[in-house]
Design a protein around this ligand. Sequence first.
Ligand code: 2P0
Length: 318
Amino acid sequence: MRGQAKANTNIALIKYWGKRQKELNLPVTDSLSVTLDGLSTSVEAVFDKAAVHDSLRINGAIVEGAALQRLTQWLDGFRQAHQVKEFCLVNTQSNIPISAGLASSASSYAAIAGACLRAVAGDVSSENISRWARRGSGSASRSVFGGLVVWQAGEAADGSDSYATPLGAGEGIVVVAAVVSDKPKSISSREGMNRTVETSPLYPGWATTVSRDMAAARAAIKAGDLKLLFEVAEHNAFAMHATALAARPAVRYLQAGSFAIIDEVKRLRSEGALAYVTMDAGPNVKVLTTSDYADVVMERLTPISKKLFRCGVGEGLT
Ligand code: 2P0
């Protein structure tokens, strides 16, 4: 039994930061993302009668340890739900630069879920692929779709209503990722969000902020107002980092170099450019802009960035 799938990565405009249930990656709040063009992971999954254990190959190299353990745990749940006994050989090929601060787990688990469901001839609706992708990595639920995507938190204890749906084409959006540091981050997003939920006194305010921001973002998308959408996204990113900073010990991702980029984007804006920032669980800054301003953003950030990546809006799972 063999299946294949390919998925692009995504960047959250309204962040997923905190789980109500860890095992199934059920989030506290909804989140909103844009799928990026050209930064993808292709996966082939083979459920093999001859295999004596699960195996994971990433860009040609056999991977063991924590990544394999996480995959095996996911596969155990998948096998149980689909009455499959065979172990699985998962072969992933990704072109996402490790240094760019662009999560590869989002595209990986979206493609793994797609490849495995196709292999076992399961329910291959996008909604169901999104549910299984979520169990691998929360943000992966959104990479099943292209354009602008909402992952609805849902309420059910089994996660049946926690999956993503598309919200619009996101036409004209360009994301410029500015690399500040290519060192591995000190706190994983998984650990960072769990510590924030457990210890940050600001966490209840985070949930309130997200529901307001989601409503504002939906209205901006409906009106085709990218400026308003980016402004809400920037606010939401700062709110996420502020909530994480108040955890004990502090969950701090932004560095001096991050603020240099943030300041330059603010300056560009005061000169009339449409450019806002968003930051995830690391020091790198992603600039939300449009094709009209992407060149000037690239030009102005080149001297203060280690590297820049420019992406348009990507399609969903293929
Ligand atoms: C997001 N992040 O919405 C947020 C914003 C990072 C900051 O989703 O534990 O790798 O696998 O569900 O999806 C990164 O967290 O976490 C993330 P798990 P995931 O994109």
